[in-house]
Design a protein around this ligand. Structure first.
Ligand SMILES: [Zn+2]
Length: 350
């Protein structure tokens, strides 16, 4: 949106033929926006402000429609994550972030683009519904948007498979369905959407050492860049989950050795590699909390299953963000520093 405004500004200045000075200013504004967008992509986790607690909206819509609140919450949070990460979508600033495209809301052939009469919208096969009984269906009204999404899901039925089919028809992406499903499981399991807490992956009482190595080249397995931070620690040092999440992947990989991949409610995938072993109860689909032991530091990887000792023991920790199109790596180092500081602070506090 901001990019669009600055583009519009720039072009209108051209059209009215003002002095080159203003064009320069518009260009500067555009450059500034581009810089901000890059930062947004590089730091996708801290980049979220919620204007208002959305929970009452989820509960209200769930009561009206019988669609579980945690599914509505997961769809909403998924869209918030995507909007706050992607440059081609406006940031989410209201309590509900679901963005139903205009043509879907109104109906593709609906000529009255300003009309929000729910009856008229339904005549043109639009999705838009009135969720709060004010007689209008606005695509930016949190009640209307949630109610519309819930009604859409309900038309497919009321069990999880029906909802998945509805999500498939809406998003056309397996990955999106997987992420939304995992988020819904987390919300359901913990009974809350307050799952922001994070933890440093090594208990502070153990010896460890790490520095910023993201993006460095590395040798084994062809030309790859280092997508993570190496935390050096002794064999068997416990590895803790950094977030609330669902275990998406667990097992051997020739690069990562014994590794675990955990997804949190921010579409962030946390990757822990080179482990010597896993905590007993951890398996695919397990739900974990920040600070929970998931495995132990080792030196596995860089070869066929079981290979170890090709490098000193360390935890390789990587962070990846799914933006609705692709999953990209970003630097975990600043987050690790922040979580470590936070852990020290709470140690001293208790
Ligand atoms: Zn590494």
């Amino acid at each position: 949106m901001k990019v669009l405004i600055s583009l519009l500004l720039a072009s209108s200045i051209f059209l009215t033929g003002l002095a080159g000075d203003n064009v320069m200013k518009a260009e500067e504004a555009q450059n500034l926006q581009q810089k901000k967008d890059l930062q947004k992509q590089a730091h996708p986790v801290f980049k979220e402000q919620k204007a208002e607690n959305p929970m009452p909206y989820y509960l209200k819509t769930a009561a009206l429609t019988d669609v579980p609140w945690y599914l509505l919450a997961a769809i909403d949070q998924y869209e918030r994550n995507v909007r706050n990460t992607r440059r081609d979508l406006p940031d989410a600033d209201g309590p509900v972030a679901i963005l139903i495209p205009r043509h879907k809301w109104l109906g593709a052939l609906n000529p009255a683009q300003k009309d929000r009469d729910p009856f008229f919208i339904s005549l043109f096969d639009g999705m838009g519904k009135d969720g709060n009984g004010d007689g209008a269906a606005y695509e930016n009204d949190p009640d209307d948007v949630l109610y519309t999404m819930a009604q859409y899901l309900s038309t497919y039925g009321s069990d999880w498979l029906d909802y998945k089919t509805a999500l498939w028809d809406y998003y056309k992406s397996e990955k999106t369905i997987q992420v939304i499903t995992e988020m819904a499981e987390l919300y359901k399991h913990f009974g809350t959407i307050e799952l922001e807490k994070r933890a440093f992956p090594i208990p502070l009482r153990y010896n460890y050492d790490y520095r910023s190595t993201w993006g460095a080249r590395r040798g084994w397995g062809g030309l790859r860049i280092h997508e993570g931070t190496d935390i050096f620690a002794g064999y068997g040092t416990p590895v803790l989950s950094t977030a609330y999440g669902v275990v998406e992947i667990i097992g051997w990989n020739k690069f990562g050795g014994w590794r675990i991949g955990i997804r949190d409610v921010k579409n962030v995938y946390h990757y822990y590699a080179h482990l010597s072993g896993y905590e007993k109860h951890i398996k695919k689909g397990s739900i974990v909390k920040p600070g929970e032991v998931i495995g132990y530091v080792g030196s596995s990887g860089y070869g066929p299953k079981g290979t170890q000792g090709k490098f000193p023991p360390h935890l390789h920790y990587g962070m990846y963000k799914y933006d609705g199109n692709t999953e990209y790596s970003f630097d975990p180092y600043p987050y690790l520093r922040a979580w470590e500081r936070e852990a020290y602070r709470s140690c001293r506090g208790s």
